[in-house]
Design a protein around this ligand. Structure first.
Ligand code: SF4
Ligand code: SF4
Length: 473
């Protein structure tokens, strides 16, 4: 063994929540109350109410949002999307992503700091509960009864996590269904019970233990930040031109002759580190924009209190673009801010067009399983075909399938299909055609499908197969 152990610690800081030895640096941010905190708190409580209420709200007789994964149906604002709507759902995703890109280009990670459920629940629900039982950093309660207080804190965490897990699940199974299940025995709905139990456990793990690590190491959005931001994006920024050189405020010392000694002129930052102590991801904003910064503006609130105390203008840390800090003009109109809205207009137009021109039903013919065709004793050829019909309307409908062309081809073993609203049903058909109609072993059929409501009628083409010749007796 060499006497000197090589220090493998990286020379630069890798992560704000990592100690040099690789262990976790726990972050206990100090509360900072200011205009951003109060505004964020209003937004956060509004979002919590909306998130909890949405599964209970109906629109056009349907839940406002219902993600029925089991039946592969997704309802948004009263409109149900079926598995056949892959293109529409893909366009919806594009709209969502481009909107996030646009907002990030304009306002940085405003989503993370103001609206992301991780921040909203952590900073405005779980963290205040911790402070209620144990006191905030700097105002910690005496150690007396600490065990009991911790127990109460985690008991409340558990109740909130359970509520969150149930709310989360109600988006997938429906709030009314879930409330019925909750009142019943877990044995009646074991899958739902297990999902709620696991989700509650994950919530506890996240908000009681993992916390800011989600933003610092897990969330992919943080990693895309550098590509989405530019010099004109508004982010929480430390004005280094105003703040530096930083230094503690000291009384002007005097020389032995009583003359005041001139000290170097300092910037507005008095190096009190309040901005660092309040940061929920444990970074120092004075080092510049970092991947861990969630744009929560807590450092801006903390610094404003300090600036007020020392009689300096507020906003040493503020929403500003890199150009603003450099004293340059910020360009609000720039290529990406023009291109993203153009993509959005295109995607929204395509979405509305596709949605409004969607037929009242989707029809798909698939070849039946097993033998491709059978030769009947009557010298007719039978093809087994499977038809799948999705009723896209809000009412039950009965669908009829009939052969329009060529004459002489018929459908056996089929009765009209009764399909509930937004349901999809598959049936087998037996299509029988005289051998004389086959050319080169095939017939191209025109098949009519219509409903009894007069809302849907279409003619599909489908090729049935047959032999090139009939076997001799
Ligand atoms: S809170 Fe303001 S004054 Fe204090 S260290 Fe941070 S930037 Fe400097
Ligand atoms: S640096 Fe400021 S804005 Fe960024 S996460 Fe920390 S406190 Fe929030």
């Amino acid at each position: 063994m060499p006497d000197e152990v090589t220090n493998l610690a990286p020379e630069e800081r890798v992560l704000s929540t990592l100690n040099e030895d690789g262990s976790r640096r726990w972050v206990n941010p100090r509360p900072s109350k200011g205009k951003f905190f109060y505004a964020r708190r209003i937004v956060a409580y509004l979002l919590i109410v909306i998130f909890s209420a949405v599964p209970w709200i109906s629109f056009n007789g349907k839940p406002l949002i219902f993600l029925d994964v089991v039946h592969r149906e997704f309802t948004f604002f009263g409109k149900t999307f079926l598995p056949t709507d892959t293109l529409l759902l893909a366009i919806l995703l594009i709209i969502l992503f481009v909107t996030i890109f646009l907002i990030t280009a304009l306002f940085g990670r405003i989503w993370c700091g103001w609206a992301c459920p991780q921040t909203v629940y952590m900073e405005f629900l779980y963290r205040p509960i911790e402070w209620l039982f144990n006191g905030a950093p700097g105002k910690r309660k005496p150690k007396k009864f600490i065990g009991f207080r911790k127990f109460l804190q985690y008991a409340v965490y558990l109740l909130i996590s359970l509520h969150l897990a149930q709310t989360f699940l109600s988006y997938f199974v429906g709030a009314h269904n879930l409330s019925e299940w909750i009142l019943g025995s877990p044995a009646d709905h074991p899958v739902a019970f297990i999902i709620v139990a696991v989700t509650t456990g994950l919530m506890m793990f996240d908000f009681a233990y993992f916390r800011e690590q989600v933003c610092c190491v897990m969330c992919p959005y943080a990693r895309m930040q550098s590509a989405l931001l530019d010099k004109d994006s508004l982010t929480i920024t430390y004005d280094k031109n105003r703040g530096e050189p930083r230094g503690r405020m000291v009384k002007k010392p005097k020389s032995s002759s009583g003359e005041p000694i001139n000290l170097p002129v300092l910037g507005d930052c008095i190096d009190c580190t309040m901005c660092v102590q309040t940061c929920p991801t444990g970074i120092d904003i004075r080092d510049g924009l970092q991947l861990e910064c969630i744009g929560c503006a807590q450092c801006a609130d903390a610094c404003n209190v300090v600036m007020e105390k020392i009689g300096r203008p507020l906003g040493l840390i503020r929403y500003a673009s890199e150009r603003m800090i450099e004293g340059e003009k910020t360009h609000f109109i720039r290529p990406r801010v023009v291109i993203y809205p153009l993509i959005l207009i295109g995607a929204i137009s395509a979405f509305v067009f596709l949605l409004s021109t969607k037929p009242a039903a989707d029809v798909l013919f698939i070849r039946g399983q097993g033998q491709v065709f059978n030769i009947l004793e009557s010298d007719e050829i039978a093809n087994q075909v499977r038809v799948r019909i999705s009723n896209r309307t809000e009412k039950p409908a009965t669908y009829t399938v009939s052969i329009v062309d060529p004459p002489g081809v018929r459908i056996d073993q089929f009765s009209p299909m009764e399909i509930e609203a937004t349901e999809t049903v598959s049936e087998n058909l037996l299509i029988v055609a005289p051998f004389s109609l086959f050319e080169d072993g095939k017939i191209v059929l025109s098949i009519k499908i219509n409903d009894d409501q007069g809302k849907f009628e279409t003619i599909e083409t489908y090729k049935i197969l047959g032999p090139m010749s009939l076997p001799k007796d």
